[in-house]
Design a protein around this ligand. Structure first.
Ligand code: ATP
Ligand code: TZP
Ligand code: MG
Ligand code: MG
Length: 265
């Protein structure tokens, strides 16, 4: 059975500590997919929520000290209870504060997966790459090698997104090439993707790399179908059409459109 079908069957609870820009879009996207979102960031409850969840997704998009303390508390509970833990290091490298906070999270927590754009992942891994706010800037380098290095350093699956997405555990690497450029015109499509990865990891049964790769490929297929729909005249209608496709794409449609490639070792 595909991981997509497993998500829809299991309806996993996904605990999100996320930013104020994308919280609603993320919750709606998870619901459309067939997962069950729980947005909870009060320090008093995050450990309980993490322990009862199928995955915990941390996102540093709009940071403050209270959120950081809650992320550490939730992440530690996830680690204790063997709940998959995903980090989206939004804007890491853009400011020293974000870079430092990400380093602190990584020193206290064991991630299952890290998902970011190339600049974010490079900065998390101690490499340099230009960033422009929360977006990746122009840079040069071997992005696949960077992802593999980051995965080995952090001992987790690393996902670098862009026109093509790289998913690696440091030993095996997938390239997912579905998707559509209009995703870049809607805020939160990266943040929602990180939460969708969480939903797929919740049903991965330990096959983290494979589940993450399918999440990336599925997300790209849903975007293509939404962009092709007649009503998708611009980013506004695309955003709604994309939510629709997250719920409508069938496992068969997914299989026939997916362009997911395992790189030769
Ligand atoms: P950024 O802030 O740099 O845009 P992000 O966190 O929004 O980063 P993205 O890299 O934009 O994350 O990835 C979000 C989704 O958009 C992924 O599914 C990715 O494959 C897709 N995507 C990004 N850029 C393109 C593109 N040029 N063409 C097709 N799909 C893209
Ligand atoms: N500013 C702070 S967080 C955020 C913005 C615009 C959302 C970023 O979302 P994404 O998914 O990285 O585009
Ligand atoms: Mg984007
Ligand atoms: Mg992002």
């Amino acid at each position: 059975m595909s991981y997509l079908s497993k998500v829809r069957q299991a309806n996993p609870l996904v605990h999100n500590i996320t930013n104020i820009v994308v919280a609603n879009f993320t919750a709606n996207g998870l619901l459309a997919l067939g997962a069950s979102p729980f947005m909870a960031d009060a320090i008093e409850e995050v450990a309980d929520v993490a322990a009862m969840s199928g995955a915990v997704v941390l996102n540093i998009g709009t940071l403050n000290e209270a959120a950081i303390a809650s992320m550490i508390e939730a992440g530690k509970a996830a680690n204790r209870h063997h709940v998959p833990l995903v980090l989206d290091p939004v804007g890491a490298g853009a400011t020293a504060y974000r870079t430092d906070v990400t380093a602190k999270l990584l020193s206290e927590l064991q991630l299952t997966a890290l998902r970011g754009n190339v600049a974010e992942v490079a900065n998390v891994a101690g490499e340099s790459w230009a960033s422009k706010g929360v977006d990746a800037g122009a840079g040069e380098g071997d992005v696949v090698a960077l992802a593999i290095k980051a995965a080995q350093k952090l001992n987790c699956v690393v996902i670098i997104t862009g026109k093509e997405d790289i998913i690696t555990d440091g030993k095996r690497t997938y390239i997912a090439s579905n998707g559509h450029a209009i995703l870049t015109r809607v805020t939160g499509t990266g943040c929602l993707l990180s939460a969708v990865v969480g939903a797929f990891l919740a049903v991965s049964g330990g096959e983290v790399l494979e589940a993450a790769a399918e999440a990336l490929s599925f997300y790209g297929v849903a975007a293509e179908l939404a962009a092709e729909a007649a009503e998708a005249q611009g980013p506004g209608s695309f955003q709604i059409g994309f939510l629709n496709q997250l719920s409508l794409v069938t496992p068969e449609q997914y299989s026939s459109r997916s362009r997911l490639k395992l790189l030769e070792a």
